[in-house]
Every structure is written in structure tokens, then in C-alpha cells.
Design a protein around this ligand. Sequence first.
Ligand code: ADP
Length: 730
Amino acid sequence: MKRFLLSNISIKIGIGFFLALIAIIIVQYLTDNSIENLKTSQQEMLRSNYLTSKVSLIESSVYAYDNKISDFVCTGNSYFLKNNEVNLKQAIVNMQFLLDQNLSGDQKILVIKLDSLVKMEINAAQQTLADYHNESKSDAIAQVSSGIGERILDDISYVVSSFQRMESENLSRIIERRNQHTREVEMMNNMATGFAIVVIVISIMVLFRDIKRRNKVELELRNAEKQAYKVAEMKEQFMANMSHEIRTPMNSILGFANFLSHTELNKDQQDYIRAIQASGENLLTIINDILDFSKIEAGMLHIEKVAFNPAELFHSLQVMFQQRADEKNLSLNFNVDDIPVTLIGDPTRLTQILVNLINNAIKFTKQGGVSVTVRKLTENDDEIFLDFQVKDSGIGIPHEKLDAIFDRFNQADTDTTRKFGGSGLGLSIVKKLIELLNGKIKVESNVGIGTVFIFQLPFKKNSVAFKENLSDNKIESPKPATSAAVLVVEDNIMNQKLAQSLLQYWGFKFEIAENGNVAIEKLKVKSFDLILMDIQMPELNGYDTAFFIRNNLKLDTPIIAMTAHALQGERDKCIRYGMNDYISKPIHEKELLKLIEKYLNIGQPELSSNQNHYKSSQSNNKITNLQYLNDLSNGKPEFVRQMVDLFILEAPEEIAKLEQAINQMQYEDIYSIAHKFKSTAYFVGIDSAKSDLITIERCASEKSNPELIRSCFIKVKDVCNRAVDELKSL
Ligand code: ADP
């Protein structure tokens, strides 16, 4: 619009200049013309004067010539004839000059008449002179006295004065014409100048009007932009609220499903719970995708620049996906080559990109594996460019679909959703995120062979080295908490129940307040060790409650915000209002427990000193490997201990159940128990049982090969018994 207006103004200025130029050319042309006319008039006047003077000269020469001859004849004094030839010559030459001129008709008539009179006069004078010389002086004197010569001279005078009159009239005409012409030129000049001035004035007015209009349009554009931004913000807020509304019940659904899965269930019930969990997780992914997408579209996605440890990030991803890869019997390798220990960038977005790509790679691969390669591309003093490749040996993408694969809601196959789920938003988010991080992505694929997503991203180098090392598990010195009391501030009854169940399960004392006001009343009369604070509540919300607790009650009880808000900066906002930490809903019990432990500083000192003891179980000749548990524990040894205890308790029971199912060849039971035990075994790193369990699972799902199932089970049972013994001995 702006550009159109600008071009419109330039067109108008151009037209104005063009018209003014034409006016100036006309003025110039007329001026030239008038000068030319003036010159012509001047020449005509000069010529007229010249001709008149010549005519007068002829008259005077003839007159002088005749007079001198008359005087000589009458006096006989030859002195009068001296130099008389000059008069004659002058008369003849000037006469000839006049005859040679290009004269007008009237002029010509008079000149010819004059010429004949002059000739007559000269002849008469010469005849008189000849008579005188031929001794007939008296004839000559009689001739002179006869007055013939004088009459001719009178005629000459008459012709000359006619000529002069005519020329004088001619001159007046020339002058009149010249004046007329000058007036015309002046008028044209004035008109052209006036026209140029009008054009310039109109151009300036148009220019001002257009500039005013442009300013108005610009203002309107700015207002529209502001409006659009407001709408985008409202959309973003709406999306956040919607996601909050969906996440809150999802939180309850997933939490209770998780909680139910810990209880005694029959096989059908387990299946139902698994279905609830899978659908719930799926729905959450879609909600997150839509929220992310709308944030990116609205330009509201904030890109962070923080120092992070890339190796740690890749390690977490490996931990995150290993189990899924194992479940599908796929290899998952991370090859990280020659990159700095710390980088500055946005680890959350990088994780999001890689999670999407690895997730797809595992989802669309039936056999073989997935590899993630990260290597340095180039670097300069303060930046490093990394090349990432996520490669799989999966179903591949048809060539004609490759271009559209990054478009939103686009899936390579129409039945992809039916077969694999998904919304078709993941890759478009990945692409947009990579572009926001100033990188680019491409994909190469062959149907039936596999797919590789390749992207490059720049990162800033970090001059300050990270102190933490990937393999270091920080062991805090734990303080045993004596019956810690937790205040749960939550309005949603389902969430209240979930919190109650979890806290009971973990053995904490707790009270529930349904909103901020109730919480404040409770805090006035009783002290708590920790507060779990929901944000959106009736009467008094979480932010204001936290603020009141800090500023009015002056309490420094740790407050952990629990919110389904996925907005950027939510955590900062919670901390600004005086809360200590933040956990997003749906709450993962491990994450919540970890946070609670962190703020209650719970732990058992003897376990921490046993850290090396556990590590000793990871030597090569051992069956178990507690590395995974150590990684998950984030340095909390009691977590490892709980899990080990759980394994010692659960494993023989699960093996017994599996044996019973195999004895009765209940394929469905065999499948589900083997599947469940695979996860149990995974926690304590029993790699040697993995392949046998997968074989049992596969045969059971195909309802075939009972012998193979039995022989594999014998190996699994043996390994499991040895593992239990090994862990008991720790
Ligand atoms: P979805 O949620 O459907 O997976 P994505 O945007 O992540 O959405 O992917 C879009 C489509 O691209 C998928 O539906 C699938 O058809 C194809 N696709 C993505 N990654 C792969 C892969 N690694 N192998 C084969 N096809 C893939």
C-alpha cells in the first residue's frame, strides 16, 4: 500500500514536471521566435533606411552633376567641371545598386522610373556639355535656360520623395507589425509562464495532499499492525487458556491413570489403562504442537540464549528414547563429534527439534535403527555451526511428497494418521524453529530404505567453561525430613485427589486448601514445610497468594507453582511473585517428587555414601548396570535404592507370573508380562535378558513358536535370579 502510494506520488510529480517542462519549452520557443522576428524587422528597417538614403544620394548626385555643368556652360569656368565625374559615377553606381536589389513591386516601379529620369537627366546634361564643346555655346546656354533639365530634376525629386514616403509608410508598417508581434509573444510568454506556475502549484498541492494521505494511510497501517498484534496476543492468550483448560483435566486423567497402573489390575484393565495413557499423551502432544504452532505464527515464540551442555542434552535424549527404541528392537545411536563442552543457544528448542525428528524416525521405522549424528561444520571466533543428521532405516517418504512434508497438517500418506497417529504439525514446527534459530533444514529419503533429516544451526561459543561434567552426579548432603507437612493449594477436586494420592503414597503429611484465601487462613495458624500452589483459582489466584505469603505473612516456606500454563516466561512470572520453582501440568510424579525432595532437602545419608557401592555393580562381570537409574536420579541415591528394592520385590513375582502364563501358553498374558518385565529389567540394566524378552514378546504376539518361548524364558529366569542376588548383595 505504502509502496503504491509512493509510486503514485512519483507518477504525479513526474506528470507535473513533464507539463512544466512543456510550458518552459513553449516559452523558449516563443522567445526564440520573437527574437528572430525582431531581427527580421530590424533588418527590414535598416534596408528601408538604406534604400531611402541611396535614393536621396542619387538625387543629390544627379542634382550636383547637372548644376555643375549648367554653371560651367553659363560661366565657361572649367573649375565647375572639376571632379564632376565623381557625382556622375556615384549616381550611376547607386542607381545600379538599387536596380540589383530584390525590391517590392511598388519600389521597383519607382526605381525604374527614377532610373529612366536619371538617365534622361544625365543625357541632357551631357548633350549640353557636348554642344558647348562643339562650339555651339549658345545652343548649350539655350539648352540650360530652356528648363528641361530642371523639369527632369523636379520629376526626379518627385519620384524620390514618393519613394521616401512609400518607405516611411513601409517603416511604420514594419514597426507596427513588430509591436504587434512583440505583444503576441509577450502574451504567449505570460500564458506559458502562468501555465507553468499553475502546473507547479497544482503539483505541489497534489504532493502535499498525497503526503497527507500517505501519512494517514501509514497511521492506519500502524494502527492495523497494532490491532493485528493485539489479536495475535489475544489468540496466544486464548490458546494458552484453552491449553490450560485442556491440560488441567488431562493432568487428572493421566495422573490417575498412572496412579491406577501402580495398583493390582487384571490384564484387560492394564490394557485399558495403557490405552488411556497413550491417548492422553498423544492428545497432549497435539495440544502442545498446536500451541507451539500458534505461538510461532503469532511471532510470540521467544528464543533463548543460554549456556548449555550439548553432550548432556544428547545424553538426555538417548535416555528418553532408548526404551522406545528397545521396544521396537531398533538400535539408537548418537554420534557426537568434536563439539565444545558448552554452547550458547536455546537448548529447549534444540531438544524440541530433535525430539520431533527422533520421535518420527522411531515411529516410521520397523527394523534397523535410528542414528543421530552431530558434527562441527565451521567455526569462527565467536560462532560455531553444527550439522545435525537424524537418519533412520524406516518406510521412507515418496519423492513427490518431500517438498510438502514441512507444510502444516501434511502427512506423506493419507492413511498415516490411521496407522501412526500424529497431526502433521511436527515437521512444520521443526522447520519454523530451525528458521527462527537462523538455520536451515532439508530431507533426503528413499521409500523402503530410509530417511535422513539434515539441519545446520549456529551457536555462540561460551568463553566460561561449565563446571559440571556430564558424568558427575552431584550428591547433595541430605537432611532427613521429619514428617514434613505439605500444603496443597488447588481448586480442582480431581487434582486435589491426585495430589492427595501421590502425597499419601510418598508418605507426606498434607492439607488441602481450595483457594488462596483458605491457604492464607491455614498458614496463619499452622506452619508447613512446603506449599504446592495452583495458579488459576477462584477468589485468590496463585500469584497473589504467593505474594501475600511472602509480603504480608512474611513466610519463606518453599512454594512450588503447579500450572498448566505453557506460556513462555511463566516460570519467571511465578518466581517474580515469590515462588521458588515451577512444575508444568500434567505433573510427572517423578518430577514432582524430585522437586519436593529438593525443597524439603530429604535424603538418607547412608545411601549417599553407598553411591560407590552401587557403582561397583557396573563392573563388566556383573549382570546389572545401574547407570540408567543413576542418570534418572539426578544424584538422589534414595531414588536408586527405591527402584532397586522395587526390582528385588517385583522381578521374582513377574517371572513367576510369566512362567505360569507360559505353562498355560496364554499368549496374550505372555506378551503383556514379557513387555512389562522388559521395562522392569531395563531399569537395572539387565542387557543380557533383553533380546530373549523381545523374542518372547514377538513369538507371543504372533502366537507361534512355543518352544522358542520356553527356551528363551529359561535364560531370562536365570539372568533375573542372578540379578536379584547381585542387587541383594549390594
Ligand atoms: P506427524 O505428527 O503426522 O508425524 P510430522 O509433521 O512430524 O507430523 O510429519 C509429517 C509427515 O511426514 C508424517 O505424517 C510422515 O508421513 C512423514 N514423515 C516424517 N518423518 C518421517 C520419517 N522419519 N520417515 C518417514 N516418513 C516421515
